[in-house]
Design a protein around this ligand. Structure first.
Ligand code: BEZ
Length: 210
């Protein structure tokens, strides 16, 4: 069965552009984003990897380590990094797994045979410091992902882990959030003394203090 939200992220040891990595050890107490690319030296992947490197400081601010994967060898990843740097203005400084034997791709269900029997789809796994999968995203090879959205999901997960709130459609950090319906108004008054906007008893939005 496919990996689901709430499952423990499977551990593995793999060769990467930063040497051999044991995934759980490498994650340590950080959050993690593991994402797959169909193939090296392909255009969409080239743009994704350059952009992810540019976003790396934003991931680091949130205590998130990023790690990419494609089913080519590490030696190919290294040659490809030259092209990524030349065309995107950023050379990936995060590890890229060389998964030529598809061990990790199979472990994480990144091969969808009806899409391709040899190349992975664009999978994303967001993993928390307890190694639990908290979100998954899957795109086809022809559609580049929105890495700002991946950061946004991390922001939502980290916020909702520490406050009794959920984030509404298209929410961005700093915008109003939703008080979880399981919290009574009496309980909410203690947590949100600033008050809230109640459009329905189940739809209460609140501005969080900074
Ligand atoms: C790409 O990254 O551009 C790509 C990779 C595989 C299939 C289609 C596009």
């Amino acid at each position: 069965m496919a990996l689901q939200i709430g499952d423990t992220a499977p551990d593995f040891t793999a060769t990467t552009t930063q040497g051999s990595i044991n995934f759980h050890e490498w994650l340590g107490s950080s959050w993690g984003v593991l994402f797959s690319h169909p193939k090296d030296f392909t255009p969409v992947c080239t743009t994704e990897l350059g952009f992810t490197e540019k976003l790396r400081p934003e991931f680091e601010k949130r205590n998130v380590k990023v790690i990419g994967l494609s089913v080519d060898a590490v030696s190919d990843h290294e040659r490809w990094a030259d092209d990524i740097e030349a065309t995107q203005g950023a050379r990936p400084r995060f590890p890229l797994i060389g998964d030529a034997d598809r061990k990790v791709a199979n472990l994480y269900g990144m091969l969808h045979p009806k899409a391709s029997t040899t190349l992975t789809v664009r999978s994303v796994f967001i993993i928390d410091p307890s190694k639990i999968i908290r979100a998954t995203i899957t795109y086809p090879a022809s559609t580049g992902r929105n890495f700002d959205e991946i950061l946004r999901v991390v922001d939502s997960l980290q916020l909702t882990d520490t406050h009794k709130v959920a984030t509404p459609v298209n929410w961005k950090p700093g915008e109003d959030v939703i008080i979880v319906p399981s919290l009574s108004n009496d309980e909410a008054r203690k947590l949100f003394p600033q008050g809230w906007n109640e459009q329905r008893p189940y739809l209460r939005t609140v501005k969080l203090a900074n």
